[in-house]
Design a protein around this ligand. Sequence first.
Ligand code: ABU
Length: 362
Amino acid sequence: MVSVPTHLVSADTEWSPLRSVIVGHAADSCFPTAPPHMIKATMPEEHFASFRPKNRFPASLLDRADAEVRQFVQILRDHGVLVYRPKAIDWFAEGGYTAAMPRDGLITVGNTVIEACFAWECRHREIELGFSEILADLEKDPVVRVVRAPKVERPDALYEGIRGFGQKDAVNGEVNGTHTVHSHEWAINNARPAFDAADFLRFGKTIVGQLSNVTNQKGVDYLRSAVPEGYSVELLDVTDEHAMHIDATILPLRQRLLIYNPERVSKRALQKLDLFKDWELHAYPYQPAPRENPPRYMTSGWLLMNVFSLDEKKVVVEAGDVEFAEYIRKLGMEPIPCPFQHVNSIGGSFHCTTVDLVRQGT
Ligand code: ABU
């Protein structure tokens, strides 16, 4: 029997038994837009040209993605999880991106939900438009606190002085790639707080995150000021100059068991955090297989690590990632396959598509 959660929001880990969650949807998503130097820093080179204003993802791709999301939602409901869904928004009309990746825009810490200070201007209204009604429902519980992002007055201030920003390399709205962002020089400056919530993961009272092309030091300081008393935010030193979101770089499967992406972070860097002193840390030993169809417009093959835990044993994995499923099975996990390749195509996988609200025992 599944126990009823005491509060509408209460989550301290990525792996404790899941009781309620937000799951996004893909309909009417468009390619996001950002300055060319940002696209070059974060997106796969072969798809640079797609990141132009008002460019819809193919309708058939979005239909298939939504069918995959429905199947995922059914798996969650079959496991007794309460699922909240966002409002349908016409992202073409709004000049926005999607309601499919709410992990980027919201992070739950204890009884608090914190909205990201998105770097990308096209995402500034994503949470307000798609998720305000859910947030208002959650706030009916008096212990729940929702921290909304401050309004941004001058979006481009975040790029001033950054190499490549403002160069005339956008031709007919397309990006033509002739230069790259310098190693360790992120695509944003520190003019105002910026962070994507997906640059952070919960490990009990410690939140582990990274600086990236969308998260700056002021963003980390802002998050530190927004988390409830007793929680801290620690930064992991990653080696990925294309960094944008930490949820295909490290994957905690249960208390004291973590898989990491050796192309982005070292065991040594992980061990620098006191938190991981008594953890088993496993470098994922295989190369993700290439996949061309449907195209992964926005991510690398390492998206296979972007799974979603129902508890300390059961983990939803992409149905085609058989090698990965076998690997985690050997670590004592129980993979639940679900097709998600069309959702993968528009920018993320199960972890990206969700915001866990209640995880039991936290
Ligand atoms: N949030 C998705 C990250 C995908 C990637 O790092 O390739």
